[in-house]
Design a protein around this ligand. Structure first.
Ligand code: SF4
Length: 476
């Protein structure tokens, strides 16, 4: 009997990328993706360790699955990702019905560990301290026919005091540019129009290869890939962000005018305590140079409020930088102590009610800024890559959704012609809201693409993957 599988993904884009590899590994081992709502023979949790309640959520989910497993002969449960790398055997001690625990450095071992657990009738815990193979070399099952994540590095050499990633994903390992470009060409041959270059800190890409300017060069090389229409990247780091990258973005036609650059705090005192290795003036300087080179670039960010020791004056600095930077959007986080990080042991932990109040004030200011930035685009024509499912909220309007070149989310009026995910349409923006734009007029143009053909040909719109918190950026 063909066994079925389901992958549950939590956390950042790196985990979304790894989950595509886990699905690819299982399918190349003969498993079939379980139909949505059915009980899979193998349930894999790809976990995140960034947020305080990450543990509670995992053990809660495992608890819910225990009776299902007891009632389903041959069912197996596997736990991987950052929390597995951190907790190791503790997971099978707290949840003895788990069959396999594997780490961030050996995701390729999953099929063998599942077989070994079944054969030996006992749980298998295998955690590696260093990367075994680059996940990008493993088989994959991509979720989107028109957009793909391409990992350029794993791990991180920084030591931000609130972050657990370096201790769970190790120091930075860089993929050779040739391997990255070969994967991109293969993806484009498959119909992919957009790639997102992925790394914990893409700006230090090349350190391991001895080339300080490798990232800017890689962006330029993407410009020579025929058929590749859109290049994005995440996550950059202000301390390593150099002008050659700004020039490469501005001078390479298929590199998109969108930049997600984490600020984390606007206070130099707090940035020092976070060990971010840059200060607010450097951050704003980069923003100014990006805008000078690409006036229409959309800049978004991550901000943590309530970091230990943050005073009202520090928070005021953050609000000031947010006003000055005119972000198109921001992921805002309430600081939560992560056991095992230096910040968790810092004195002057900010009381929760104060953190929540600051969080609401920052979110309100950012909504105001986002709306003002979005209103400036009303009346402009924009090109959209039509998306699957994103934001098709109200059946009443039957609006479709797509991403503009600056990565803004746009809901557009249905067309008289069939428009498929992966196709490209041109519209005029008619309304603005803080988190999206609307185009209610007629379509200016519809370009049917190979990606759209691939999507239309896909008979089984991917059933089994359940995203925990998509797009929640790992700290970066
Ligand atoms: S926050 Fe980002 S840059 Fe800092 S240590 Fe974590 S992954 Fe690295």
């Amino acid at each position: 009997m063909t066994r079925t599988y389901e992958v549950r993904t939590y956390g950042c884009q790196m985990n979304v990328h790894d989950s595509e590899r886990l699905s690819g590994l299982l399918e190349s081992a003969g498993y079939l993706r379980a139909a949505r709502g059915s009980t899979a023979d193998v349930v894999v949790f790809n976990t995140c360790a960034v947020r305080e309640n990450a543990d509670n959520r995992l053990y809660g989910n495992l608890g819910q699955l225990a009776p299902v497993k007891a009632a389903t002969p041959g069912m197996q449960i596997a736990v991987g990702g950052c929390l597995a790398q951190k907790d190791r055997g503790e997971i099978t001690r707290r949840a003895p019905w788990v069959d396999v625990v594997f780490g961030t450095n050996n995701i390729g071992s999953l099929p063998v560990l599942l077989e070994r657990a079944r054969h030996n009738g006992e749980a298998q815990v295998e955690i590696m301290e260093s990367l075994q193979v680059f996940p990008s070399t493993l088989p994959t099952r991509r979720e989107s026919p028109y957009a793909a994540w391409v990992s350029i590095s794993v791990g991180c050499n920084n030591t931000c005091t609130f972050c657990i990633v370096p201790s769970l994903r190790g120091t930075e390992r860089d993929r050779r540019p040739g391997d990255v470009l070969a994967e991109i060409r293969a993806l484009v041959a498959d119909g992919v129009l957009e790639v997102t270059l992925l790394g914990q800190n893409v700006n230090s890409y090349g350190v391991e290869l001895g080339d300080r300017f490798a990232f800017g060069k890689l962006l330029r090389s993407c410009g020579s890939v025929d058929g590749l229409e859109r290049v994005r990247f995440t996550s950059p780091h202000p301390k390593d962000f150099t002008d050659d990258v700004i020039d490469a973005m501005a001078e390479t036609a298929n590199v998109m005018p969108s930049l997600h650059m984490p600020l984390q705090s606007g206070s130099d005192r707090v940035l020092k305590a976070m060990r971010r290795s840059y200060r607010r003036d450097r951050y704003l300087g980069i923003i100014d140079r990006v805008r000078a080179a690409m006036p229409d670039a959309a800049i978004t960010t991550d901000v943590i409020v309530g970091f230990p020791g943050e005073t009202e004056a520090d928070f005021a600095d953050t609000l000031e930088v947010v006003r000055a930077a005119r972000f198109a959007g921001a992921f805002t986080f309430q600081y939560s102590p992560r056991p095992g990080t230096p910040a968790a042991d810092l004195p002057d932990q900010v009381p929760k009610p104060v953190v929540q109040q600051r969080y609401l004030r920052l979110a309100a200011l950012q909504d105001e800024m986002s709306l003002a930035e979005n209103e400036a685009i009303v009346g402009r024509p924009v090109e959209l890559l039509v998306a699957t499912g994103e934001g098709r909220k109200d059946a009443a309007t039957a609006r479709r959704s797509g991403r503009a070149r600056d990565n803004r989310l746009v809901h557009f009026a249905p067309a008289s012609v069939e428009v498929r995910p992966g196709d490209v349409v041109s519209v005029v923006i008619t309304h603005a809201a803080p988190h999206h734009l609307v185009a209610d007029g007629p379509l200016l143009d519809v370009r049917r693409t190979r990606a759209g053909d691939v999507w239309a040909a896909r008979t089984d719109p991917s059933p089994g993957v359940m995203l925990g918190m998509p797009n929640v950026g790992a700290p970066a």
